[in-house]
Design a protein around this ligand. Structure first.
Ligand code: DLL
Length: 444
């Protein structure tokens, strides 16, 4: 009953409601039908897949159940780089109205492309994500995701337009102006990275603007890992419901999965367009539901860039437990980090987002931080740079006490020994988009 009520809030999306509440056996049948077609097309039209399937000795015709997908080889980011720029595309370049690219920290960027239908599906899925987050067609959407080659800006933009919202395409940066326009226009929904939302909240406070009194109601935050502590902080400072949204350019962009505002517990992955698996990143074997491992995604409808078993490197678990919102699509539990972001400090595995959950809300500490990695003889050492809260005492003794306190909490909650440096307000760099959480000085 409660679930039905929640979904009835958005009557314009009757079609999506039917898809999103489809009984799971029916959903699986739809997935198999789409999977067979896309695997066949990938094999026929993309030389890379022909080569890798042949090398693994599998044929698209062997796909008679969803479980058969496990026989097929994985696709990795390096495959996109090796086929730079356009060789992974399954359609001629002149059928692509748009390409995006992710800069990547090393080597060539990863280039992705979309047909007209791909762009249409993306807008639909982003609109579905906005509805799931609690947005409605009447809303003003302040879109502070970066516009450009990054998929965040244009992805959220076209989804919000598709839903019928009024979009403010402000992109990232110029934070004071962002605050002014959010107030003047009466933004209902904020789309940004969580770290940039924090920057906006802080600048608003410095400007003496109380965003909690503004119409702002919902934040769709993603593109980087963030903690529940950060969620609580953003909700309190902005007076909103903070919703986690996930996506990656290789698969589409934002809107691959999104939390619902009803449960705020795991992100519904849109299973009519994607097939989700988790694998053990060491053995590469599929894991059962509920086990934590690497997320692997297969696109079911992408025309330009079919991705078969794409290894995301993102660490999570999957759940098909019924959700209070009534949606039947599985939930991807909060992505705590990527396996390549995992730090090993004196034998202890630690993700930056774990450090974040200790720091955010810590008395006397502002929620801004950076992790500095250095080499201490043969071992990696970690220094956490934090910032004293603007209203906390700043004499040497107080700062030393704070540093000791934070060190102790990190040790007891995460199990890792680190050094903590307490900096003055404003000294830790603020994010304009994806935050740089780790400064690696190990080879300096
Ligand atoms: O970050 C797409 C996006 C834009 C998602 C806006 C959500 C909102 P990429 O630049 O290709 O695409 O980076 C994708 O970012 O593999 C994850 O490691 C990370 N990531 C994205 N969303 C989340 C999230 C966009 N909600 C990479 N939680 C992914 C944790 C996330 N990590």
């Amino acid at each position: 009953m409660g679930a039905q009520t929640a979904l009835r809030e958005t009557p314009i999306y009757m079609h999506d409601r039917a898809i999103e509440t489809m009984p799971r056996p029916q959903l699986a049948a739809l997935q198999l039908e789409r999977l067979r077609k896309i695997v066949e097309r990938a094999y026929r039209d993309v030389p890379h897949y022909r080569r890798t399937f042949d090398a693994a000795g599998v044929k698209p015709s062997e796909l008679t159940s969803l479980a058969d997908l496990a026989k097929f080889p994985f696709t990795k980011k390096t495959d996109l780089r090796d086929n730079y720029p356009f060789d992974m595309f399954a359609v001629p370049r002149n059928q692509l109205p748009r390409i995006h690219a992710s800069s990547g920290t090393t080597g060539k960027p990863t280039v992705v492309g979309y047909t007209r239908n791909d762009l249409d599906n993306w807008a639909d899925l982003m609109a579905r994500s906005l509805v799931s987050a609690g947005a409605s067609p009447d809303d003003i959407v302040h879109n502070a995701y970066g516009y450009g080659l990054f998929t965040g800006g244009l992805g959220a933009h076209y989804g919000a337009e598709r839903l019928g919202c009024t979009v403010v395409p402000i992109s990232g940066g110029g934070t004071e102006r962002q605050v002014t326009l959010m107030m003047d226009f009466g933004a209902d929904v904020l789309c940004s990275t969580p770290s940039y939302a924090l920057n906006i909240a802080e600048v608003a406070e410095q400007m003496g603007v109380d965003l909690r009194k503004a119409p702002l109601r919902v934040g769709l935050f993603g593109a980087e890992p963030w903690s529940d502590a950060m969620r609580r902080d953003l909700e309190a400072r902005l007076g909103i419901k903070a919703i986690d949204i996930y996506g990656l350019s290789e698969i589409m962009g934002p809107g691959v999965a999104c939390e619902c505002h009803v449960a705020q517990n795991g992100l519904h992955g849109w299973e009519d367009h994607f097939l989700f698996e988790t694998i053990d990143p060491e053995t590469l074997q599929p894991l059962p539901l509920g086990s934590t491992g690497e997320l692997v995604i297969t696109t079911l409808t992408k025309e330009a860039l079919p991705m078969i078993r794409y290894r995301t490197r993102d660490i999570t678990s999957l759940s098909t437990e019924p959700c209070a919102c009534g949606r039947t699509h599985l939930r991807i539990m909060r992505v705590t980090g990527r396996d390549d972001d995992m730090l090993i400090i004196r034998g202890v595995n630690v993700y930056p987002s774990q450090v974040e959950s200790v720091l955010v809300g810590f008395p006397g500490i502002a929620p801004h931080y950076q992790i500095v990695l250095t080499r201490d003889k043969a071992l990696d050492a970690m220094t956490v740079e934090v910032e004293i809260a603007p209203d906390a005492p700043r004499d040497d003794a107080s700062l030393a006490y704070k540093a000791a306190e934070v060190t102790h909490h990190i040790k007891s909650l995460i199990g890792v020994t680190c050094k903590v440096t307490v900096k003055a307000p404003g000294e830790v760099p603020r994010s304009q988009g994806k935050a740089v959480r780790v400064k690696d000085q190990r080879n300096i």
